[in-house]
Design a protein around this ligand. Structure first.
Ligand code: NDP
Length: 497
C-alpha cells in the first residue's frame, strides 16, 4: 500500500524491503553473501570513527554572529570590521586539550576557543584558548609538552611526574601553569570563561600600515569556575557538563555573549618594548596597551548534528584575511604549518569542502581532484594557471606591506637568552593580583597536583619546581612548600642558585 512516508534506501538511493532480518538459507541456515544491505550497514558502521584530534579532542561548538559596535578601521581594512552594525556569521568550537574524545569536560586544562568567521574575503580562523599565554614559546617543544599531558607509556595513566618534570625543566611554562592551576583551570563550562587569540597577529589598514594586535573575548556571563573538588565530583556525575550546559542554554534562547576587544601596538614599538611582544608566554599589560572595544560575539544556533559540524570543524591559524596578518611569534609560525597538516591527516586533503569549513562566498583556484571531492571539482573550467580561458587573476591589492625582520642570519637562537629569560615577573604579578580566596585555591590546587609526583626523581623534580614558585613570589613558594610538608631549611640547601 502506498504511503507518504519516505522510503528506506541504500546509500546509493536504492529502496529496499528488509531492514530487520539478514537473508539466510532456511530460517536457521547461514547468511548469504549477496545480502548487500548487511555488508553496507556493517562496513559503514566500522568506519564511523575518524581519527580523533591528538589535542583538543573533546569539544563542543555552536554557530553565531559577530556584531561590530566600534570603529577600528584606522587599524585594519578587514571587511569584517568595516561598518558599525555589520554582522558576520561564525562557528565557535570550545574544547579541553589533553583528554581523549570521551574524557570529562571538567578536567584541569586550558580550554580551546577556536572561531571561524565566514567573511566575504574568505574564512578567518582565530584559533585561540581561554588563556592569553601558552606553556612553550618554540613549536619544536610542542610535541614533547603534549606527551606530558597524555598517558605514561608504561602505566597508560596520566602522570603528575611527567608534567612537573617537564614544567620544572622549562621555566617558560610557569605563567601558563599558574593560570591552569588557578580555578580558571576548571571553568564552569564554556560560557563563563574569556577567550584569547593568544598569539600576536598584525592588522593592516587601508594605507598599508601595520600594527601588532592581540585579540580578547571577555565573557559577558561573568567568570565562574569550579573548585578542584567540584570539578572532580562533576567528572563522575556528568562528564559532559560543558557540552550539556552550552547546548541547553542555546536551545533555551539564552545566547552566550562575549565582548570582542583588541590591544594594538604600533609596528615600531615592538623594537623597543621591554617585553618581547611575540613571546607567547607573555601578555601585554593592559596599562601599556589598553583594551579597545570592537564588537559582540554571540552564539545563537546549535548545529543539528554534532559529528557533521563540531567533529568535522577544522581551524587553522594560517587562515587570515585581508587586513589581518601574521607576526614573527614562533608558536604562530609553527601552527601555520601544523594545523592544516593535522586536518589533511584527519579529514583528508579536501577538508575545506565540508559544509562547516566551506567558504560560503567564493573559492576560485586550480586545486583539483583528491579523495572526497564534493564541490563539483570546478566542472569543465581550466585546471592550470595562467590560461587564456577563465577570468581568474591574482589581485595585488591584497599584498601586505613588506616586513623588516631586523636580521638575516639563520641560526638556532636560544629562545631564553639574556633579555628573554624573565619567566617570573608576570606570574608573580598575576599571583599578587588574586583575591585571598583565589590565592588559597591556587596553592591548594598546586599542592594537590605536586603531591602526585613520585618515583626516584620525586625530590629533584619537586625542589626544581619549588624554586620557580619562589622566584615568582616568595609567599607563594613558602605556602606551597608548607602544603607539601617539606622541611624548608633542608630544601633550601638543595635549591639551585
Ligand atoms: P590587569 O590588572 O589590567 O588585569 C588583570 C587580568 O588578569 C585580567 O584580565 C583578569 O581577567 C586576569 N585574571 C585574574 N585572575 C586570573 C587568573 N587566575 N588567571 C588568568 N587571568 C586572570 O593586569 P595586567 O594587564 O597589568 O596584567 C597583570 C597580570 O594579569 C599578567 O601578568 C597576567 O598574568 C594576567 N593577565 C593579563 C592579561 C593581559 O592581556 N594583559 C590577560 C589575562 C591575564 P578578568 O578581567 O577576566 O577578571
Amino acid at each position: 500500500m502506498a504511503t507518504n512516508k519516505k522510503k528506506l534506501t541504500t546509500a546509493s538511493g536504492i529502496p529496499y524491503a528488509e531492514n530487520e532480518n539478514s537473508m539466510t538459507v532456511g530460517p536457521r541456515g547461514p547468511i548469504l553473501l549477496q545480502d548487500f544491505i548487511l555488508h553496507e550497514k556493517m562496513a559503514h558502521f566500522n568506519r564511523e570513527r575518524i581519527p580523533e584530534r591528538v589535542v583538543h579532542a573533546k569539544g563542543s561548538g555552536a554557530y553565531g554572529t559577530l556584531t561590530i559596535t566600534h570603529n577600528i578601521t584606522q587599524y585594519t581594512r578587514a571587511k569584517v570590521f568595516n561598518q558599525i552594525g555589520k554582522q558576520t556569521r561564525l562557528f565557535l568550537r570550545f574544547s579541553t586539550v589533553g583528554g581523549e574524545k570521551g574524557s570529562a569536560d571538567t578536567e584541569r586544562d586550558p580550554r580551546g576557543f577556536a572561531i571561524k568567521f565566514y567573511t566575504e574575503d574568505g574564512n578567518w580562523d582565530l584559533v585561540g584558548n581561554n588563556t592569553p599565554v601558552f606553556f612553550v614559546k618554540d613549536p619544536k617543544k610542542f610535541g614533547d609538552f603534549i606527551h606530558t599531558q597524555k598517558r605514561d607509556p608504561y602505566t597508560n595513566c596520566k602522570s603528575a611526574t611527567m608534567m612537573w618534570d617537564f614544567w620544572s625543566l622549562n621555566p617558560e611554562s610557569l605563567h601558563q601553569v599558574m593560570i591552569v592551576m588557578s580555578d580558571r583551570g576548571t571553568p564552569y563550562g564554556y560560557r563563563h570563561m574569556d577567550g584569547f587569540g593568544s598569539h600576536t597577529f598584525s592588522l593592516i589598514n587601508a594605507r598599508n600600515e601595520r600594527f601588532w594586535v592581540k585579540f580578547h573575548f571577555k565573557t559577558l556571563q561573568g567568570i565562574k569556575n569550579f573548585t578542584d573538588e567540584e570539578a572532580g565530583a562533576m567528572r563522575g556525575t556528568n562528564p559532559d557538563f560543558a557540552q550539556h550546559d552550552l547546548l541547553t542554554h542555546i536551545d533555551n534562547g539564552e545566547y552566550p555573549k562575549w565582548a570582542m576587544k583588541i590591544q594594538v601596538m604600533p609596528e615600531d614599538d615592538a623594537k623597543t618594548y621591554h617585553i618581547n611582544p611575540f613571546d607567547l608566554t607573555k601578555v601585554w599589560p593592559h596599562g601599556d596597551y589598553p583594551l579597545i572595544d570592537v564588537g559582540i560575539l554571540e552564539l545563537n544556533e546549535n548545529p543539528d548534528n554534532y559529528f557533521a559540524h563540531v567533529e568535522q570543524a577544522a581551524f587553522a591559524p594560517a587562515h587570515v584575511i585581508d587586513g589581518i596578518g601574521y607576526s614573527p611569534d614562533k608558536m604562530l609560525q609553527g601552527r601555520i604549518l601544523s594545523y592544516p597538516d593535522a586536518h589533511r591527516y584527519r579529514l583528508g586533503g579536501n577538508y575545506e569542502q565540508l559544509p562547516v569549513n566551506k567558504c560560503p562566498f567564493m573559492v576560485a583556484n586550480y586545486q583539483r581532484d583528491g579523495l572526497m571531492t564534493v564541490n563539483g571539482n570546478h566542472g569543465s573550467a581550466p585546471n592550470y594557471f595562467p590560461n587564456s580561458f577563465d577570468e581568474i587573476e591574482a589581485d595585488p591589492h591584497y599584498k601586505e606591506p613588506a616586513w623588516d625582520l631586523g636580521a638575516h642570519t639563520a641560526d638556532w637562537y636560544d629562545r631564553n637568552a639574556e633579555g628573554e629569560n624573565d619567566h617570573y615577573t608576570q606570574p608573580g604579578t598575576l599571583y599578587r593580583l588574586m583575591s585571598p580566596e583565589a590565592k588559597a585555591d591556587l596553592i591548594k590546587n598546586i599542592v594537590h597536583s605536586m603531591k602526585g609526583i613520585d618515583g626516584p626523581k620525586k625530590e629533584l623534580i619537586t625542589n626544581r619546581q619549588l624554586c620557580h614558585w619562589f622566584r615568582a613570589d616568595m609567599g607563594l613558594g613558602m605556602a606551597i612548600a608548607k602544603g607539601l610538608e617539606l622541611n624548608l631549611d633542608e630544601t633550601m640547601k638543595h635549591m639551585p642558585a
